[in-house]
Design a protein around this ligand. Sequence first.
Ligand code: ZN
Length: 89
Amino acid sequence: MAGNYPDGVTGNEYEIAGPDDEWESEHYCEKCEKDTVFSCESFQKQRSGICGECDSDIDLGHTDDDIDWDSVREQQEDLEYFRREQGWD
Ligand SMILES: [Zn+2]
C-alpha cells in the first residue's frame, strides 16, 4: 500500500522501518582483542554488530551469503519440470 511518504521515501528506510532483526551474539572484537557480546542487527539483509564493550561496529556480511544454492537449484529444476509437465514451455 502506498503510504504518505514524500517523494523518494519508500517507507523501507532504516529510520522508518527499523532493523529486520536484532539479536546478541559473541564475536571477536579487534579493538578489545577478545570475544565480546555484540548487539547485532540485520537491515535489508546486511548484518552488522556493535561491540558491547567498546562500541565499535563490525560487518557481519550479507544474509544472502547463507543461501543454500543446492536447494535453490533444486527448486529451479522442479519449476522447469513443472512447466514442461503443464505444457507451458
Ligand atoms: Zn570491542
